[in-house]
Design a protein around this ligand. Sequence first.
Ligand SMILES: Cc1cc2nc3c(=O)[nH]c(=O)nc-3n(C[C@H](O)[C@H](O)[C@H](O)COP(=O)(O)O)c2cc1C
Length: 160
Amino acid sequence: MQLNFDWLIVLEKLRRGIMVTDTTLEGPQSPRIIYVNTAWLKMTGYSRDDLANQTPRMLQGRHTDSTVVGSIKQKLLNREVFHGQTWNYRKSGEPFLMNWYCYAIYGERPKPIYYVAEQEDVTELETLRLKERLLVNPNDTVALQFFSVLKEWKISRKTG
Ligand SMILES: Cc1cc2nc3c(=O)[nH]c(=O)nc-3n(C[C@H](O)[C@H](O)[C@H](O)COP(=O)(O)O)c2cc1C
C-alpha cells in the first residue's frame, strides 16, 4: 500500500463537506477556519475568499439550536466525537439542515492539532421523512416547525 498519493485531490472530490479549523476554542474569533473542500463551498454558496478570518459560527442564524452547538466545545475538550444537526444558513441566507460530525485530530503529541468536521446538508432527506410524519399526524410539531422555517425563507425572498 502506498501513502504518498495526492490526498488533496481526494479531499477536494469527496461528496461530503469537510472543514478543518485550528484548535482555539475561546473567544468570538475562535476557532479559525483553515480549510474547506469543494463540496463544502457548493453546499454553503461561499467562496474561499469569504472565509478569511472566519469561524464556523458564520453559518449560524435565527433558527440555529444553541443547545446543539453549545455541546460541541465540551465534547472536543473531553476528546469525544460530536454529532449533531441544526439549521445553518447559506451565503444567500437560505436555511438548510446541517448534519455534522466534529472531532479532534491528534498528531504525535497529546494536544490536538486540528478540529475537523464532516458536514452534510440533509434538508431534502428530512423533507421526505417529515412529510411522511405529517401524513400520519398533521399536528406533528417537529415537522410543522421544520416546514415553517423553510416557508419563512420563501416568503422573505419574495417580499425582500
Ligand atoms: C471543526 C468545527 C466545525 C464546526 N462546524 C459548525 C457548523 O457546521 N455549524 C455550526 O452551527 N457550528 C459549527 N461549529 C461550532 C461553532 O464553531 C462553535 O463552536 C459553536 O457555536 C459553540 O461555540 P459558541 O457557544 O461560542 O458559539 C463547528 C466547530 C468546529 C470546531
